[in-house]
Write a protein that binds this ligand. Structure first.
Ligand SMILES: NC(=O)c1ccc[n+]([C@@H]2O[C@H](COP(=O)([O-])OP(=O)(O)OC[C@H]3O[C@@H](n4cnc5c(N)ncnc54)[C@H](OP(=O)(O)O)[C@@H]3O)[C@@H](O)[C@H]2O)c1
Length: 395
């Protein structure tokens, strides 16, 4: 496109302001923001009031606006905005993983029906270009596994607990103040945010579309001092890890805290950084690391999508069109550390085998193997006196 492309932006919070900053410091991209739709007109803004509106239609019905950039923190409103834009054949860029993961089929259908591109690189690992890599670079490699730390906020919290001896609450408060946490921090802490990202990765890595409740997620909300001491004694830290792995034509996926040896590559991923380990039959192991949260890093990924639209880039959903016929399964045995304080204890019958059982006043734990499908049904799991962490020995 020779003329300047005109952007209609929804949201001017952490990421919206990041996009504004990054766009104004980047030469070589022929784009400008025409209008920004926000929710609270009374808020003080750092840029000229002429940009702002509270009317969606001022953007959606403006024939001059080529690209709609959706950067709000609401899901239903975001889906409505994105759907309306695609129906008007306006290309869309979004960072909203929850909205995308919950509505994937519908969004795919809209892109195809209206033949209009929808890009969402920033939704996965903010500044790490994971989706385009999975689409383009790994389109023909026999990818076997993608795992990583996909949530900057919990990684910041865990780093500050393990490396700086901070309390959970103080580390969470700092992560929120620095703009790394979601507006609703339970999305981070309960591992929903990395699960949404894993759902998006599953489509681009293995051509599998799932609903959020199909994937097991367990966060760091029940992490106790005793678990932290246990990890330290074993020369490990705890990281919140999302993983999908293919064996023959079956794919497993889950999102859980895991003990990570101090020497492990994933342990190098600190603070708000995200890290992604990819394994392919021919490319073998590769490691990507970059900032997984924050206004400017996320704004930079949004800008990269806007730039890609200027040369007509769109996702071809290559793994879907290759008809790989991989099927999702939860029939996999996982080795877990389970700590409990005695009021509620795990049912040994849920386990395929228990290799360690330790009982001491105030600190009990066991290590055992359990089937992932069975784990999802265990009610003891959700008592706040219980905590689970994957051991290092897992598929
Ligand atoms: N923060 C990160 O590091 C990060 C990283 C990757 C992806 N993301 C994703 O990026 C999106 C934005 O996150 P954020 O951190 O920038 O959120 P934020 O700081 O809370 O800002 C949200 C913005 O959305 C606006 N808004 C909310 N509902 C709206 C509606 N119905 N119509 C118009 N505007 C509306 C708000 O308007 P007011 O200003 O008027 O309140 C605000 O400007 C989310 O989907 C998030 O998951 C964030």
């Amino acid at each position: 496109m020779d003329r300047k492309i005109k952007l209609g932006v929804f949201g001017f919070g952490c990421v919206g302001q990041g996009l504004y900053t990054v766009l104004h410091q980047t030469r070589g991209i022929n784009a400008e923001i025409k209008r920004i739709c926000i929710k609270h007109p009374e808020k003080k803004r750092p840029i000229d009031a002429r940009f702002f509106t509270t009317s969606r239609d001022e953007i959606l019905n403006d024939p001059e606006i080529d690209v709609v950039v959706e950067l709000i923190d609401e899901v239903d409103a975001a889906f409505e905005i994105v759907s309306s834009a695609l129906k008007r054949k306006k290309a869309v860029v979004s960072a909203n993983k929850k909205m995308i993961a919950e509505n994937f089929e519908a969004l795919l259908h809209l892109q195809r029906e209206y033949n209009t591109p929808f890009l969402y690189e920033a939704s996965c690992c903010a500044s790490i270009p994971v989706i385009r890599n999975l689409e383009e670079y790994y389109d023909n490699d026999l990818l076997t596994s993608v795992e990583g730390i996909l949530n900057g906020s919990t990684n910041y919290i865990l780093t500050h607990i393990f490396e700086h001896g901070q309390t959970f609450d103080k580390a969470l408060k700092d992560a929120q103040e620095l703009g790394y946490a979601e507006s609703d921090p339970s999305l981070d802490v309960k591992a929903l945010d990395p699960k949404y990202k894993l759902l998006i990765i599953l489509v681009h890595a293995f051509g599998i579309i799932l609903k959020p409740d199909e994937i097991f997620n367990y966060g760091i909300q029940n992490l106790k001092d005793a678990d932290i001491r246990y990890a330290r004694e074993k020369n490990a830290s705890i990281k919140l890890v999302a993983k999908c792995r293919k064996t023959e034509n079956k794919v497993i996926a889950y999102c859980m805290p895991r003990f990570v040896p101090l020497s492990d590559t994933l342990n190098k991923v600190a603070n708000e950084y995200n890290g992604l380990l990819l394994e392919g039959a021919f490319s073998e192991h590769q490691f990507f690391m970059g900032k997984g949260a924050g206004g400017n890093p996320t704004g930079s990924a949004v800008l990269s999508d806007i730039s890609a639209l200027t040369y007509q880039y769109r996702y071809e959903y290559k793994k879907l069109s290759q008809h790989l016929n991989y099927s999702f399964t939860q029939d996999v045995s996982l080795e877990l550390y389970v700590s409990y304080n005695g009021h509620v204890s795990p049912d040994p019958d849920d386990f395929e085998g228990i290799s360690v059982k330790h009982e001491a006043p105030g600190f009990n734990y066991m290590i055992g193997k359990i089937n992932l499908a069975r784990l999802k049904q265990c009610s003891w799991l959700w008592d706040e006196s219980v905590n689970i962490v994957l051991t290092e020995n897992n598929p």
